[in-house]
Design a protein around this ligand. Structure first.
Ligand code: ZN
Length: 179
């Protein structure tokens, strides 16, 4: 079986929202998504890969989890901390925290450049495992950023669409985390 490969940066699949998840995966689709996890684990600087980045038109992504990788299917952001400007978001110890923050992001589909992207600090996600079991999870800071970046990929949104600034990556930046 041919190795999965990243589609070119100008491939339409990267900028086209995927249709809603049809409710279940075929065996062949599950295998494709498992191969996406294998590809992720082969790339030391990759944190996550969304299915459309490797030409798979399924609402799913895989993320690094300890020494392995974990596929999240039909992910839905059910809440994030930047949805209501009047809401005060409390962190640990009931101390207010910023609703959102800027940070540089590198995308595996846009090599050689990084973009400054403002993202919510906190995010709640519903998703299914490859076995079809639905879960809900909360993410904070960098983890919330990764999840938001991946969900954007499923909706045809790239960091270049959200950019508050960009800069070229130098040779010293080649091992920066990418997603
Ligand atoms: Zn990306």
């Amino acid at each position: 079986m041919a190795k999965l490969a990243f589609v070119s940066h100008d491939d339409k699949i990267l900028t086209t929202p995927l249709p809603p998840f049809p409710g279940r995966l075929t065996k062949a689709e599950k295998r494709e998504l498992e191969r996406m996890s294998d590809l992720l684990l082969d790339m030391p600087n990759a944190i996550a890969i969304a299915a459309p980045q490797v030409g798979i038109p399924i609402r799913a992504f895989t993320v690094r989890d300890g020494g392995g990788a974990y596929v999240m299917v039909d992910p839905v952001v059910v809440w994030h901390s930047d949805s209501d400007p009047d809401e005060i978001i409390l962190g640990e110890g009931n101390i207010p925290i910023p609703r959102r923050a800027p940070s540089w992001e590198q995308c595996l589909s846009i090599p050689g450049v990084e973009h400054l992207v403002i993202r919510p600090m906190l995010l709640k996600l519903e998703y299914s495992t490859l076995k079809g079991i639905r879960h809900r999870a909360s993410y904070h800071g960098f983890h919330a950023r990764v999840v938001a970046h991946e969900v954007d990929h499923l909706n045809g949104i790239l960091i270049s669409d959200l950019s508050s600034g960009h800069r070229e990556l130098g040779e010293d930046d080649q091992d920066k985390p990418c997603m």
